[in-house]
Design a protein around this ligand. Structure first.
Ligand code: ATP
Length: 464
């Protein structure tokens, strides 16, 4: 296995080389901290989102889905507290004009958490400690100031405070403003949840570490509405559900842990938050997903500011109340990154010539690998490729399959290993006679001969 610190670079290289993830706007020199998902990354991402939706929406009777607008009435973000409180402390270097998160500098230099400290206190630490600029090394960091993470834009032809709008900073608010519509149309019984997958935007001061922190990203969020006095049980149930899903995707319990936020670290809306933190090659355990108890903070504020009654009428109990909210939140790109890191494996194997060589394999869970199976005719000759094409056409009715007839078979196996395809089906000259093909297993490299007739059933079994 590569050393932890090399692993990130190797995964980034593999992503570029094999068409998973490219730097954003690359032909123009890129745009810092934006990334584009290539053909294979798109498949991987889509499979992750589909798995999430299947597990948390389709397979439960207490959940419904939603797809709300990205641009919302700016009053939403005032009521939610984001305009006033969705801030990070920023310092600018007077020499190189680089901008940095003041809290990150303090954390890195002094190993001290700053959550709960006022801006003045943070500024005091920066001034007293004479930190070097992380970019140019000058000891000339300016005054710390609050920086709001919401991306601002303008609606219509005039730019001004009246036309100001925001790109949503979290998908959650789309759920809260539609909560009443869903009560009225779907008549859900408490407890119930609303799920949404969609883009969120944050003007992060120091993004970075590949797709870990970017300016735009997708969230898979659930707002789960409960009776106020039942929040704690539901919180614990959701925490377990999140851990179960993570492990079902192949993440080892050794590589993640659950960390509860200290009181001073809590977001403006939360009474209790835990992060599921993954052990990343850059700097150790960091937030992968979050689980927050948001109380009735959002519904209450939206009720106050909009004047609309957000209470739920509990027929059984014969009472009206504002539900409390448990929020499991999952970043899509962080999930992609985590699963790539977890899957990246290097193994020493013997080549055909008997020499030692390194085999790189993405041991992605079969549910989310871009392709489940690749069809590889041994040669491009017409009689082989017509048989292989027919097999491929048949497989794509039921599986995520790829067809590849370029390069030597050894190189094609290596490529399929690197993109995480669990099975390769090789069509050779014997196939023309015996109507059978060879299935190669990504992880064991074992090969098995199966009849074309049985192929689908064998694959179905192996993929489940
Ligand atoms: P962090 O502390 O890392 O900034 P956060 O606590 O602000 O994250 P949340 O508001 O809880 O994050 O967002 C929910 C999820 O969205 C996170 O658990 C993470 O997976 C993802 N996420 C948040 N910010 C970003 C970002 N800038 N880029 C990519 N994913 C992000």
């Amino acid at each position: 296995m590569p050393k932890q610190e090399d692993k990130m670079e190797k995964v980034v290289n593999l992503c570029k080389r094999r068409g998973f993830i490219f730097p954003g706007s690359e032909i123009y020199g890129g745009l810092a901290n934006t990334w584009d998902f290539g053909p294979l990354g798109t498949e991987l991402k889509r499979n992750i989102k589909n798995e999430w939706w299947k597990r948390f929406v389709h397979q439960r009777k207490d959940m419904v889905g939603l797809d709300a607008a990205i641009i919302m009435n700016p009053k939403v973000w005032e009521a939610s507290g984001h305009v006033a409180a969705f801030n990070d402390p920023l310092v600018e270097c007077k020499k190189c004009h680089g901008r940095f998160r003041a809290d990150h500098i303090i954390e890195e230099e002094l190993g001290e958490k700053t959550e709960g400290k006022s801006l003045e206190e943070i500024d005091g630490i920066i001034k007293a400690s004479e930190f070097k600029c992380p970019n140019c090394g000058a000891v000339e960091l300016g005054e710390a100031r609050q920086f709001n993470l919401l991306f601002k834009t303008f609606i219509g032809p005039t730019e001004g405070s009246k036309s100001t709008a925001y790109l949503r900073g979290e998908t959650a608010q789309g759920i809260f403003v539609n909560y009443k519509n869903i009560l009225d149309t779907m008549r859900p019984k408490m407890p119930f949840g609303i799920a949404q997958i969609g883009k969120a935007f944050r003007n992060e001061i120091t993004p970075g570490n590949f797709i870990f922190r970017t300016l735009e990203f997708e969230q898979m969020e659930i707002e789960y509405f409960v009776k106020p006095n039942e929040w704690e049980d539901n919180f614990n149930i959701w925490l377990q559900a999140m851990k179960d899903w993570l492990e079902s995707l192949g993440v080892s319990p050794d590589n993640y842990h659950v960390r509860e936020h200290g009181a001073e670290e809590l977001s403006h809306y939360s009474k209790k938050t835990v992060d599921i933190e993954y052990n990343y090659p850059f700097g150790g355990f960091k937030e992968l997903w979050g689980l927050a108890y948001r109380t009735d903070f959002d519904l209450k504020n939206h009720m106050d500011k909009s004047g609309k009654d957000m209470r739920y009428f509990d027929q059984q109990a014969g009472e009206k109340y504002l539900p409390h909210v448990i929020e499991p939140t999952f970043g899509v790109e962080r999930t992609v990154l985590t699963l790539l890191l977890e899957a990246y494996t290097e193994e020493e194997v013997k080549s055909a010539k008997g020499e030692n060589e390194i085999r790189t394999v993405l041991k992605l869970d079969k549910k989310i690998a871009p392709f489940e199976v690749a069809v590889l005719p041994l040669s491009k000759k017409e009689d082989l490729s017509s048989v292989a094409t027919k097999i491929f056409q048949d497989l794509i009715q039921d599986f995520r399959a790829e067809y590849d007839e370029t390069q030597s078979i050894g190189k094609r196996y290596r490529r399929q290993d690197e993109i995480g395809t669990p099975f390769c089906v090789t069509v050779d000259f014997e196939s023309l006679e015996d109507k059978a093909v060879t299935i190669r297993d990504r992880d064991t490299m074992k090969q098995e001969r199966v009849s074309v007739e049985d192929l689908k059933n064998v694959l179905k079994k192996a993929l489940n």
